[in-house]
Design a protein around this ligand. Structure first.
Ligand code: E4P
Length: 278
């Protein structure tokens, strides 16, 4: 299973890449905004273009980096996808264009099939696409049929939607059971027939496997290590995790106790091995 880092922070990318466990990077406009705010605090001069080029160079050739378009129409997204690809893929040959599966916004702008059309157009230009904002298996299916190389189901946001239905209070990184929850009146809660974000990824994995579809599933909107573990178990090809989740994945109180015990038991005879050199 591959692990992507869900960030636009160059510092986080540099650090995580150095550990040798990162296979790709995903960004989105919100993550870019966060990175630009942080960048302005330390360097007023650097422009976003050179910053993105540094991200791409740091990730390197074998590490795909998703960059998202800004438009809502098929023409805008196709043009922007080509522009981003032409401008940036030359840096390290690792650019993937992120296209929302459907771009209708709350004002009714955008179009039902504009995302799908842009995916098809970019695929015809041999530009790899990561179809984003996937909230149902059927959206994943049509994005894959349009040619997307990756689909990004937003698991954590499905869990958020279910908890909001129940008017539960929760922290963003709280664990949500993969098997779903009941509300106070004992009603079992679902979102468009899905019981959790893990259920969303699991159903997409079954459909893609059943029809031998080549599109890879990037489990996105991952909020904690247990969710990342469950994504691996249900067959996500990739999980894209924030830096904080990646750090949490490496830790356990039992490991801390073990380190304390082992370092406490070090005898000078054994330590002597290390002072004499190889
Ligand atoms: C990744 O591709 C997504 O943009 C990201 O995982 C969304 O995560 P969030 O729901 O925590 O914002």
């Amino acid at each position: 299973m591959k692990l992507f880092l869900d960030t636009a922070s160059l510092q986080e990318i540099k650090e995580a890449i150095s550990w040798g466990i990162i296979d790709g990077v995903t960004t989105n406009p919100s993550l870019i905004k966060k990175a630009v705010i942080a960048l302005r605090e330390v360097d007023e001069q650097e422009d976003i273009e050179s910053y993105i080029k540094k991200i791409l160079a740091t990730a390197g050739r074998m590490c795909p980096v998703s960059l998202e378009v800004a438009g809502l129409t098929a023409d805008e997204m196709t043009e922007q996808g080509i522009l981003l690809y032409e401008k940036f893929d030359q840096v390290a040959g690792n650019v993937v264009i992120k296209i929302p599966v459907c771009t209708i916004n709350s004002k009714g702008e955008g179009g039902i099939f504009d995302g799908i059309t842009a995916i098809k157009n970019l695929t015809e230009e041999r530009i790899p696409v990561n179809s984003t904002l996937i909230f149902t298996p059927e959206q994943a299916l049509i994005a894959a049929k349009a040619g997307a190389e990756y689909v990004s189901p937003f698991a954590g946001r499905i869990d958020d939607r279910i908890r909001r239905q129940a008017e539960m209070s929760f922290e963003k990184n709280d664990y949500f059971p993969a098997t779903g929850i009941y509300d106070e009146d004992n009603n079992f809660l679902t979102d468009f027939g899905l019981v959790s974000g893990v259920d969303l990824v699991s159903q997409i994995a079954k459909i893609f496997q059943q029809y031998k579809m080549e599109c890879e599933i990037i489990a996105a909107s991952i909020r904690n290590p247990i969710q990342a573990r469950e994504m691996a178990a249900v067959g996500a090809h990739i999980s894209t995790v924030p830096f904080s989740v990646l750090k949490a994945m490496a830790q356990h109180p039992g490991t801390v106790d073990g380190i304390d015990a082992f370092t406490g038991d070090l005898v000078k005879e054994y330590l002597g091995l290390f002072s004499s050199g190889v």
